[in-house]
Unconditional design. Structure first.
Length: 330
């Protein structure tokens, strides 16, 4: 009996090992690198969480230019990595080609839709999280003027901006919201010097709360706000600790959830394809509270943001999606 039991345990252990060996997850980051304190780093944390919980390692790669995209993706697919997650909309063209070449490999892309039978497309309701930080910005502002600094000028970033304006205007209809983009090329994601310059220009016009949705460029925005004694708002990852006491909050875009879910679903043989939309109701976006920003957020502000959050989830407040018509009604 004892021998039989030990044999069963051994067989089970071998089966589990074999199953784990079949899962060879990989993630490829966008420009800016995995330690950008923002979008890519959130993706990295999702992969790390999976590794810590399962003991299954993953491969990753940081591209340094657009020309590497297709080559890196094809190499991972050829090597048998599965699933392969790409962080960022700029992977769409490369994925469309490589997914067709490797129909038995599972892929996931974040922030873009690629219509293929072996691709999961994860998109977010960034406008909902941005609305919440807009409410907080309007309540924290003493001048009635707040601002937004975007990275690359694309509809996705206009989506952040529009949601932010909606939250600000719903809280203070007379508020002024200044807006600027860093550039129209991928370099706009990694130019903290220019981000700081834009923020300083906005603060010179009266802005005392600056929201940055600009990847690594946002680091310069938060630094400029702190230097001027104003408030910044971070994005994607929790950036409250980058300038403690000067970051009002961060709009959390849970890229980590998308990566973790893709890896875990593949491990459990539950990987699905098509659209995967994450908003407030799905815990895909939120706002950040911790010891770094707690002194900056009054109970009145917290109550207002929580009420707005509840109203968005229930449908009482419908935040305009800029991607639907590329117009912002606020």
């Amino acid at each position: 009996m004892k021998r039989t039991l030990l044999s069963m345990i051994a067989v089970a252990a071998m089966s589990a090992t074999a199953l784990a060996a079949d899962v060879k997850p990989a993630i490829i980051y966008d420009l800016g690198g995995k330690f950008d304190k923002s979008f890519n780093e959130a993706a990295y944390h999702g992969a790390e969480k999976f590794k810590e919980e399962t003991g299954i390692d993953y491969r990753d790669f940081e591209i340094s230019n657009d020309a590497q995209r297709e080559q890196a993706l094809r190499r991972f697919a050829r090597d048998g990595n599965d699933p392969i997650v790409m962080a960022g909309f700029s992977w769409a063209d490369a994925l469309s080609k490589v997914a067709a070449e490797y129909p038995d490999t599972d892929f996931a892309i974040i922030d873009m839709v690629v219509d293929a039978p072996n691709v999961r497309s994860v998109v977010y309701k960034e406008q909902e999280g941005s609305y919440l930080v807009g409410v907080m910005a309007a309540m924290a502002s003493k001048t009635g003027t707040v601002s937004f600094v975007g990275g690359m000028d694309i509809p996705l970033i206009r989506k952040f901006a529009c949601g932010y304006v909606g939250g600000v205007k719903a809280t203070n209809k007379d508020a002024t919201v200044l807006q600027a983009m860093t550039g129209d090329t991928p370099e706009a994601w990694n130019n903290p010097v220019k981000g700081g310059e834009i923020a300083k220009s906005q603060m010179a016009q009266g802005s005392d709360v600056v929201y940055a949705a600009a990847g690594g460029t946002g680091i310069g925005v938060l630094q400029a706000a702190a230097d001027e004694g104003k408030l910044g708002i971070g994005v994607d990852s929790n950036q409250n600790g980058l300038q403690p006491g000067h970051v009002l909050t961060s709009m959390l875009k849970r890229v980590d959830v998308a990566v973790y879910n893709a890896f875990n679903d593949a491990k459990n043989d539950q990987f699905t394809y098509g659209f995967n939309v994450l908003g407030l109701a799905e815990n895909g976006v939120d706002y950040a509270m911790d010891d770094n920003n707690a002194p900056l957020v009054s109970q009145e502000m917290r109550d207002a943001v929580e009420q707005a959050k509840s109203d968005i989830i229930t449908g009482k407040i419908e935040v305009h999606d800029y991607m639907s018509d590329e117009k912002c009604p606020y």
